[in-house]
Design a protein around this ligand. Structure first.
Ligand code: T4K
Length: 383
């Protein structure tokens, strides 16, 4: 069996890419809002059913530009979750704002609106919810808190490409939604980012932010950076846009197969299913209860690795464990912070169209063996 990784990039047919590269070579326009870039923005807005879609060179820079476009006060506090990729918090800090970490809900593992409410101070100006692993935040709860306290609401939708809640596309939630189009994502441009908005003024500010704040040849209006996507990346995006749904269908079926394996094993819990939500199918995450299952998350990780199956402990360490944030406050409405409790128990299994029947069987073997070996003494005691 060849090594199996947590993610695998979606690769469009090479001959199709060569054709688009031909267009780029003929035009001589390789970046700075070129024709393929503009075509991809239009196609994404249509596909995601959002009024405005702006492309960036990666998800982190997209978040940075989203924050810049909000024009918050220097040193403003932004409340977010500690259970996320480093980029969410780093984008806040890199803009000169202060990340404040609030706890998460036990079922969804996304930002808890009640914890957000407790974390609000006179300096709070925005909240960033993260649809972590593709599980959608309590959008209504966060919306209610943010409206009540006049806070901007952003979503880090890096894991939620093309997700829907009822009839609502994920990209229309909050003031802005920020997507990563990295190689490891369901839809990718290899490196890339995207911000969606319902507001034309916001879309214009995003455009300025990604192009050094340059309004025209004679005027630089605001602070901005280089957040532009190249034509080559846009070409990959145009082609992947045609095939990502097929990949999502395969992952949906894979989720059902994993669910069967996980459902048989006490002490393992699969990611929550949200009624009425069309999942992005970005990650397959399990939560391990070592007391019940009989082995720890790390033991599962190691045992899979021995078989060259590389799962990932996303997102451990959590942001409040990072050297740069470890003394920052974490707020919670629970006695034991949920984030701290769950961080050693989450594991993402390989989840993409390269996962075949033999891999699922190998994962099932490992998970079952670990459970049976460790549970035998107590099972025989009961028997
Ligand atoms: N917000 C959230 C919630 C995020 O998860 C992320 C990124 C961001 C914001 C920021 O967006 P970007 O600025 O990245 O667009 C990966 C990705 O680099 C990162 O995009 C992603 N989240 C994060 C969760 O995962 P690593 O360090 O775990 O990636 P890496 O290189 O170990 O890749 C994972 C596996 O994927 C590899 O073991 C093999 C496979 N792989 C990877 C690459 C890059 C391939 O098969 N081919 C490849 O080219 O961070």
């Amino acid at each position: 069996m060849t090594p199996l990784y947590v993610a695998r990039p979606l690769l469009p047919p090479l001959e199709d890419l060569t054709e688009l590269l031909g267009e780029i070579w003929s035009s001589g326009i390789v970046t700075n809002e070129g024709p393929l870039h503009n075509r991809l923005e239009a196609e994404l807005a249509q596909r995601l059913n959002v009024p405005f879609a702006k492309l960036f060179n990666n998800g982190t820079v997209a978040m940075l530009c989203a924050l810049l476009s909000l024009d918050l006060s220097p040193g403003a506090e932004i409340i977010t979750t500690p259970l996320t990729f480093a980029a969410t918090a780093h984008a806040i800090a890199a803009c000169g704002y202060k990340p404040v970490f609030a706890d998460i809900c036990e079922d969804t593992l996304t930002l808890d609106p009640r914890a957000v409410e407790k974390a609000i101070t006179s300096k709070t100006e925005a909240v960033i919810g993260v649809h972590v692993y593709g599980t959608l935040c309590d959008v209504e709860g966060l919306d209610r808190v943010c409206k009540a306290h006049d806070l901007k609401l952003l979503y880090d939708a890096a894991h939620a490409f093309a997700a829907m809640q009822g009839g609502t596309p994920v990209g229309t939630m909050g003031d802005l939604s920020v997507f990563s189009l990295h190689a490891t994502k369901l839809f990718s441009t290899f490196e890339g980012g995207l911000v969606t908005s319902n507001d034309e003024g916001m879309a214009q500010r995003l455009r300025l932010a990604r192009n050094f704040g340059i309004m025209n040849e004679e005027r630089v209006a605001v602070v901005g950076i280089n957040g532009k996507m190249s034509e080559v990346h846009a070409a990959i995006g145009l082609l992947n846009l045609k095939i990502f749904e097929e990949e999502r269908d395969i992952r949906r079926a894979l989720r059902a197969e994993y669910d069967q394996v996980v459902g048989r094993l006490p002490g393992l819990r699969a990611q929550i299913k949200q009624p009425g939500v069309k999942q992005s199918e970005q990650y397959y995450m399990i939560i391990v209860d070592p007391q019940v299952y009989g082995a720890t998350r790390d033991e599962i990780y190691d045992a899979l690795k021995e078989r060259e199956i590389f799962s990932r402990k996303y997102f451990w360490p959590i942001c409040t464990d990072f050297d740069c944030y470890k003394n920052f406050t974490i707020h919670t409405v629970h006695d034991a912070p949920v984030s701290n409790n769950v961080k050693d128990r989450v594991l993402c299994l390989p989840f993409h169209s390269g996962v075949e029947a033999e891999h699922i069987a190998a994962v099932a073997d490992v998970l079952t063996e670990l459970h049976c070996t460790r549970r035998e003494p107590s099972v025989s005691k009961v028997g």
